[in-house]
Design a protein around this ligand. Structure first.
Ligand code: TNX
Length: 549
């Protein structure tokens, strides 16, 4: 063999063993405030030998680093070593950035490495998410990060996603995966809907029957035929330790869990366990169908107020969140009108109907105010669905505007904080496809809510003054689970609409562009694929059909 042949053979061998390279693209969702690619600069090539180095004495930065290692693995096949900074040729994460926004970060990539500097551990975490989402394909390859400087901070302080774990119960591991999906989209509040007519799902030690009895229903309607029933017992609940585990898991991902105990309506689960809390004394069943029940807590019974305080007391020990959701939606007043105790309460409080509100609506305000004041005495703030304004507003309570954006406008004008979650843009239980593409889609509320519509939400109404606009804390999408029995289907309902919502929550309105968003959507689904998330493929390609099973 001559020398020339040997050189050729050597080159062939080298090309077989050298790893392929892919190039990162900073086409991420949500779109950062500024991305300056340095076209003349040399980028950083990430290889398996690179380290993830963290600065910061507290455990949250080390945890960030470990999470980053776990995020990069399914995308690149590399499991990078986590070390304390400084380290050469590393991805370095630190939390020393000075910024007005505590969630801001800067990401700089150069030949020397990548530095993510957050204004806090949370800020650094969002920089990590941007890095992760810039890796376009899941494959075993080195990654070239072109030289870049990204400066970013969120538009709104409250970026929420809700999950109804009452109508269907999702085990702890499923809730964790749900939280992982929120983290990928820079969401910072997880609104956990824990109680409803169809099941009470959180252990309360002082009231053991809530979960012993109130978490089980005897059957579930089949489809949308409310006269039908599958007669299969259905239930489940979270122990307090489970809930603590969820709080911890979310906190590691810089997400605050906001628990919801829906009151005084949507309470048949609790009424089944403790029938004396209803106006008629029961018996009450854990509801087997969907909709709005007339059976609500009695607002004339003092032991009901004590029950509310006790539940809040136990849950405040588990959930450190400043916000606590006390529901307040869809509370029919039929039973209160007929109930002696409720009417006596109305008289003793001197509540009178007027042109704005009925006496019963004012009684609800009295009820919600009781809960809100009890929370305030513990340093917490109540959030309520927008119906709580009907009988007059409880000072300090945050309004969740779901029956259209107008309630947020009313709240902000009156000096109250508000969060936008109007059904037409934010109800992810609604259809993603224009008509029924799959059988499962038939089992859904029929309103059509495509990704483009979600994207078009502007949370700050143009008629608000700058002062009023400051009361708009942010936006949230809701996943009501009457027709969502599995995590896989929940993912499908969430994705990719959550990508659109994350841009509503994070990105400045002047930077939003639906065409550019739809283009970048093709990139984020690569991360969905790498993580194995189920998503509605036809949202990207309307020609695609049956999916989501
Ligand atoms: C209204 S939104 C509800 C929920 C249902 C949902 C279905 C709200 C505060 N109440 O109880 O699950 O519609 O879309």
């Amino acid at each position: 063999m001559n020398k020339f042949v040997l050189i050729l053979a050597g080159a062939a061998l080298a090309s077989c063993t050298s790893r392929p390279q892919q190039t990162a693209v900073y086409d991420v969702i949500p779109l950062p405030q500024s991305v300056s690619v340095d076209l003349g600069g040399e980028g950083f090539v990430l290889k398996p030998s690179a380290k993830i180095a963290y600065f910061g004495a507290d455990t949250s930065m080390r945890r960030n680093a470990e999470l980053l290692a776990s995020y990069l693995e399914p995308l690149t096949g590399m499991r990078l070593e986590v070390v304390e900074a400084p380290a050469k040729g590393a991805i370095t994460i630190t939390d020393t950035l000075r910024s007005e926004s505590p969630e801001a970060y800067r990401l700089v990539a150069s030949a020397d490495g990548i530095v993510i500097d957050g204004a806090s551990a949370a800020g650094a975490f969002y920089g990590m998410q941007t890095l992760r989402k810039s890796i376009p394909a899941a494959m075993e390859a080195d990654v070239l990060f072109p030289a870049v400087s990204i400066a970013d901070a969120p538009r709104f302080p409250y970026r929420g996603v809700h999950f109804d774990c009452s109508r269907h119960f999702f085990p702890v591991d499923s809730v964790k995966e749900y939280i992982d999906i929120l983290a990928l989209h820079n969401v910072n509040h997880f609104h956990w809907h824990l109680t409803d007519d169809q099941g009470w799902r959180i252990e309360i030690k002082k009231y053991p029957l809530l979960t012993e009895k109130g978490s089980w229903r005897k059957g579930t309607v089949i489809g949308t035929d409310f006269s039908s029933n599958d007669s299969i017992p259905y239930g489940g609940y979270y122990t307090q330790d489970d809930a603590r585990e969820i709080v911890r898991y979310a906190a590691e991902r810089h997400i605050t869990v906001v628990p919801e105990v829906d009151m005084p309506g949507h309470m048949q689960g609790a009424l089944n366990a403790y029938p004396s809390m209803g106006c008629e004394g029961g018996p009450y069943e854990v509801w087997m169908r969907w909709g709005v029940s007339d059976q609500v807590l009695c607002a004339g019974n003092d032991s009901v107020y004590a029950f509310v305080d006790d539940v809040i007391d136990e849950l405040c020990e588990i959930f450190p969140s400043e916000y606590f959701h006390i529901g307040g939606d869809e509370c029919p007043k039929k039973k209160w009108k007929e109930c002696e105790a409720c009417q006596a309460k109305i008289r003793s409080l001197g509540l009178k109907s007027d042109s704005h509100s009925t006496a019963e609506q004012k009684l609800q305000t009295h009820f919600m105010t009781h809960a809100a004041e009890h929370l305030a005495s513990k340093g917490r703030r109540a959030i309520g669905w927008d119906e709580i304004m009907e009988g007059g507003m409880t000072p300090g309570t945050v309004i969740m505007s779901w029956r259209g954006p107008k309630h947020a406008v009313t709240a902000a004008r009156a000096g109250h904080d508000a969060i936008l979650t109007p059904t037409a843009y934010c109800y992810f239980d609604y259809l993603q496809a224009p008509d029924s593409i799959t059988d499962e889609q038939l089992l859904s509320y029929r309103t059509y809510l495509p990704v483009e519509k979600v994207y078009s939400l502007e949370p700050v109404d143009s008629t608000l003054t700058a002062e009023e606009a400051r009361h708009i804390l942010g936006a949230q999408c809701n996943l009501w689970c009457e027709y969502i029995p599995t995590l896989s289907y929940a993912e499908y309902k969430l994705l990719p609409r959550l990508a659109a919502m994350s841009e509503v929550q994070w990105t400045r309105p002047e930077k939003k562009d639906i065409d550019d968003f739809m283009r970048r959507l093709r990139q984020i689904v690569k991360t969905y694929d790498a993580e194995g998330y189920n998503y509605a493929r036809f949202a990207l390609d309307p020609a695609a059909t049956a999916d989501g099973k």
